[in-house]
Design a protein around this ligand. Structure first.
Ligand code: SAM
Length: 243
């Protein structure tokens, strides 16, 4: 069986369907997006969040930015949204144009080096109008989420013609960088793809230092999607920062 990059992103959509009615995390972003005229979604992936915003009647400017070509091919199924291929630092092409920048589903953790974080945050700050907001979440390192990724969580995926197994294995934890692999296989164990990803787990102090350096002021910081405070067991650092 051929398993292409296009199959992989279609599978992602099936596994992590965007649903603001069912999921508090999706609702958090939906409420912010629907309240403003212009939104830049960075690390937009397959574009599910912006697709939903349009479907739910957003009439303003919606722009998705992502470095992954296969994800953007899928995003482009909707042509009434602008789709740009590039990493977060390439938001430097826009100047004071957006009310809101989002990085949903922990896309922020893909910014792994100090240099990439600095360049990206400066670009996102510059893309926002003065007073515009940057909303994102990053997993709280204190909750050590990677420890539950290994040994693997195995998913059985059925529907849309798929019957596949997918699991994650942590390969290394070095400082605040966690590298893991995602393996997709058929039920008989034939491996179709193995992808490796490194994510950075910034704690609050380091995160806020990067935000402050880029000119942001933290307006909201929550430990969950219901507005609870950050504790050591909070899974996420949910942040709304103002430019
Ligand atoms: C977990 S996915 C989230 C996708 C989408 N935001 C969602 O909610 O479904 C993380 C995304 O970040 C993108 N990404 C990786 N490196 C990036 C970078 N340097 N700048 C922006 N996005 C990046 C990946 O291509 C991927 O689409």
């Amino acid at each position: 069986m051929d398993f292409t990059a296009d199959d992989s992103v279609a599978l992602y959509d099936e596994m992590y369907r965007w649903d603001g009615a069912a999921n508090a995390t999706d609702r958090f972003y939906d409420q912010l997006v629907m309240a403003v005229d212009s939104v830049l979604d960075v690390g937009c992936g397959t574009g599910m969040m912006l697709h939903q915003a349009r479907a739910h009647g957003h009439t303003g400017r919606l722009v998705g930015l992502d470095p992954d070509a296969a994800s953007l091919r899928r995003a482009r199924r909707r042509t009434d949204i602008e789709w740009i291929e590039g990493g977060a630092s390439e938001a430097s092409r826009w100047h004071g144009e957006f009310d809101l920048v989002t990085m949903a589903s922990n896309a922020f953790q893909c910014l792994v080096t100090d240099e990439e974080l600095r360049a990206s945050l400066a670009a996102l700050h510059g893309a926002l109008r003065p007073g515009g907001r940057f909303a994102f979440e990053t997993r709280n390192p204190a909750a050590r989420a990677w420890e539950s990724w290994n040994p693997s969580v195995v998913h059985t995926i059925a529907g849309n013609g798929w019957d596949l197994r997918q699991w994650h294995e942590v390969r290394s934890v070095t400082g605040d960088l966690v590298t893991f692999s995602e393996t997709t296989a058929t039920p008989d164990g034939t491996v179709l793809s193995v992808d490796s990803t490194t994510l950075r787990f910034l704690d609050q102090a380091r995160l806020d230092a990067f935000l402050t350096e880029a000119g942001f002021t933290v307006e909201r910081r929550e430990g969950d999607w219901e507005g609870g405070p950050v504790t050591d067991s909070s899974r996420s650092l949910v942040t709304v920062a103002r430019a």
